[in-house]
Design a protein around this ligand. Structure first.
Ligand SMILES: NC(=O)c1ccc[n+]([C@@H]2O[C@H](COP(=O)([O-])OP(=O)(O)OC[C@H]3O[C@@H](n4cnc5c(N)ncnc54)[C@H](OP(=O)(O)O)[C@@H]3O)[C@@H](O)[C@H]2O)c1
Length: 254
């Protein structure tokens, strides 16, 4: 059954840049009312249309997540979808990753989506809406140049699976998204040193932020359980499950 997003009230985190900014444009084109959230208020205000709402703030803070839900409900009286897209990377190896950076990354990549989903759950149950969590291919296959980021995205994937099983009885659609390489400024916004050369070279296989956002929106419309984008990521996921040692040996840091 195809779900129209016209007039739906959709919260998008990380709406100022990259994949989130393209999600905003795609949802607006379908007639959704979008709640744009991120720290960069100026950019959000420039992308918002008259039926949209901007709630700027730092998602590391509980108070920002609470404000997003409160202001959305005050304005529209409902929530039809939450897209937990905001996130950041960290190019530290596992043995060198500073604990404060590791904890901060979990706060943004895992605890913010968890908390926002908890706050929005009563409204999503009412609307039989959608909860979308943007994990990563790194949430299926641990990447040695981003191991703590991978761990946070594995955690988000596990959470999404649990949320899907919990909320199915309420008719809420829960979807996990596993993008591969997407051409955004993600690397520039990450902490730690530069990614290794083979990672930078991988950029030639990247999909655009627009393509990634379109795959997410198609997944919402058709209420898919999982989106892997680009689809070429699927064989990698299956291969790494079947032959983990082989895949790990090919990815070892030299
Ligand atoms: N690019 C890739 O190759 C790739 C691959 C797989 C998965 N992903 C995932 O896709 C999602 C989007 O990534 P992207 O590539 O679009 O990255 P991006 O271009 O760096 O955008 C990140 C977004 O998150 C927001 N954000 C960051 N820290 C925040 C904070 N503390 N509070 C509120 N908002 C915050 C940023 O807005 P402000 O700076 O304005 O706050 C920005 O809108 C992330 O979860 C990422 O892990 C990306």
């Amino acid at each position: 059954m195809r779900q129209s997003l016209e007039n739906k009230v959709v919260i998008v985190t990380g709406a100022s840049k990259g994949i989130g900014a393209k999600l905003v444009g795609g949802l607006q084109a379908l007639g959704a009312k979008v709640i744009l959230t991120a720290r960069d208020e100026t950019t959000l205000l420039a992308s918002a249309r008259k039926d949209d709402l901007v709630v700027a703030g730092d998602l590391m803070l509980d108070s920002t997540r609470e404000r997003i839900v409160q202001e959305t409900v005050a304005r529209y009286g409902r929530i039809d979808a939450v897209i937990n897209n905001a996130g950041r990377g960290s190019y530290y190896t596992a043995t060198e990753s500073p604990l404060d950076d590791s904890r901060a990354m979990f706060e943004l990549n895992f605890f913010a989506p968890l908390h926002l989903a908890q706050l929005a759950a009563p409204w999503l149950r009412k609307s039989r809406g959608s909860l979308v969590n943007v994990s990563s291919i790194a949430g299926q296959l641990s990447l040695p140049w981003l191991p703590v980021y991978s761990a946070s995205k594995f955690a988000l994937a596990a959470l999404t699976s649990g949320q899907a099983m919990e909320l199915a009885r309420n008719g809420v659609h829960v979807m996990a998204v596993f993008p591969g390489y997407v051409d955004t400024d993600f690397q520039a916004h990450a902490a730690g040193s530069c990614p290794p050369d083979n990672v930078v070279k991988g950029k030639k296989f990247a999909v655009s932020a627009g393509e990634c956002a379109a795959a997410i929106i198609r997944g919402m419309e058709s209420r898919q359980r999982v989106v892997v984008t680009p689809r070429i990521g699927w064989p990698l996921v299956v291969f790494s499950r079947l032959f983990p040692g082989l895949v790990e040996s090919r990815m070892e840091l030299r």
